[in-house]
Design a protein around this ligand. Structure first.
Ligand code: MN
Length: 420
């Protein structure tokens, strides 16, 4: 049986007046949530998310159950935001790791889920690796090859998220799986840590301090000393027993004649492709097929397989194009009217955009630069995000008479985030 031991620390930092981060350390489930939204919104969002995650995961403690629990948490935050006008627009990141049973072979697995820009890291054999991908504007640009690592790290929009819980009734959840080996150490952290402390310095602390709670406390202390511009939260999870999986793995490697792999095939973190749709969340690859020797199959069979693959690829291409052509929304112009369309600006192949809903706004009511953007078509993944953009651009053109609160959160969900 795999046994985990967790420790955590959190701090408001040196600039903010309240701590909107939330953490969870339970026997098999660990999480960090970084809330955002004015008034009490950020705290309400991160707490609601973590509570809903815990409840839903307890009812279905599997890898799929964890992804579903994140979607439940999204619904919980979204629901609260709809009920209370004071909380409208609140949201939260959520990064969690859970010990689950692999449905395939009854072995233990670590399931990692992520929405937003909190992160999960794995320290294995002294090497620190980031498991999750941030859903923020500069990180999406960096992954698309349009920004360098350094440019992304210092990007002015690095707090602008492209995905968060509570913004839309639906959310895409990234899912990863890691086979736990004794000595592995996972770390979950809000951006208040990694924006202040270099990864190499984080790794030094994680290697040096054996006690997970003391390690978390030290990292939080360092982030404070480096500026503490944001709330800081760190959860450290150690694999203290792995049911002698690492011993078996070493023995298997020792007995294998070809010294090709220093580790068994699935000793490396198994990273499934980020789950893009709720429907595909149930189909995480197990990776168990790796490492089997390939034998020659008959030419005929190979030819049949090849033709089958070609047909499948062509079919998938057409399907993907159809999906892409119809997916998404954009804010565009119909005459002088601002309208939300479904589809892609200008259409894609034979898929023409259709009007999803009129907004009641006109180009003459928004700033000239925005009107230009709207004429070109501003793309969004959901109708909720498109609506938010419209309400933001009409609001920014309206002179405000109310005074705004002095401490508006610097982390916001981007209404005008580009579709990348
Ligand atoms: Mn933060």
């Amino acid at each position: 049986m795999t046994v985990l031991r967790g420790g955590a620390a959190t701090d408001v930092g040196r600039v903010r007046s309240n701590n909107q981060d939330q953490l969870l350390v339970a026997e098999r489930l660990f999480a960090v949530a970084d809330g955002m939204g004015g008034h009490a919104g950020g705290e309400v969002a991160s707490l609601a998310a973590v509570e809903a995650l815990q409840t839903a995961f307890a009812a279905s403690p599997s890898a799929d159950g964890l992804a579903e629990a994140v979607r439940n948490a999204n619904q919980a935050v979204w629901g609260r935001a709809q009920q209370d006008p004071e909380l409208r627009g609140m949201g939260t990141t959520l990064t969690a790791v859970a010990l689950v049973m692999d449905e395939g072979d009854d072995d233990d697995l670590l399931a990692v889920v992520n929405v937003g820009d909190s992160r999960a890291y794995l320290l294995r054999d002294g090497e620190l690796e980031q498991l999750t991908e941030d859903h923020s504007v500069p990180e999406e640009l960096r992954r698309a090859g349009r920004l360098s690592d350094a440019e992304a790290a210092s990007h002015p929009q690095r707090n602008v998220l492209t995905r968060a819980l509570g913004i839309d009734p639906q959310v895409d959840v990234d899912c990863f799986q890691v086979t736990p080996y004794r000595g592995d150490r996972l770390m979950l952290a809000s951006d208040g840590l990694y924006n202040e402390v270099d990864e190499s310095d984080i790794a030094v602390v994680l290697r040096r301090i054996a006690d997970p709670e003391k390690a978390a406390e030290e990292l939080v202390k360092m982030a404070r000393e480096h500026g503490g511009n944001d709330n800081i939260t760190v959860v450290v999870v150690d694999v203290v027993d792995d049911d002698s999986r690492s011993a078996r793995a070493s023995a298997a490697v020792a007995n294998e004649p070809p010294p090709a792999a220093r580790r068994p095939p699935d000793a490396a973190p198994r990273r499934s492709a980020p789950v893009q749709t709720p429907a595909s969340a149930g189909a995480l690859p197990t990776g168990r097929a790796a490492g089997h020797p390939r034998r020659g199959r008959g030419v005929t069979l190979r030819a049949v397989l090849f033709v089958g693959v070609v047909i499948a690829v062509l079919g998938a291409g057409v399907g993907a194009t159809a999906w892409y052509g119809r997916a998404g929304y954009f804010v565009g112009a119909r005459g002088d009217e601002v309208v939300i369309f479904k589809g892609r600006p200008g259409g894609l192949l034979w898929f023409k955009p259709t009007v999803a809903e009129p907004t009641g706004a006109f180009l003459s009511e928004v700033l000239p630069g925005r009107a230009e953007d709207i004429r070109a078509g501003k793309e969004y993944g959901s109708i909720g995000a498109a609506r938010l953009y419209v309400s933001n651009v009409t609001e920014e053109a309206t002179p405000t008479t109310t005074t705004s609160l002095p401490s508006s959160p610097s982390t916001t969900v981007a209404p005008p985030a580009p579709v990348l």
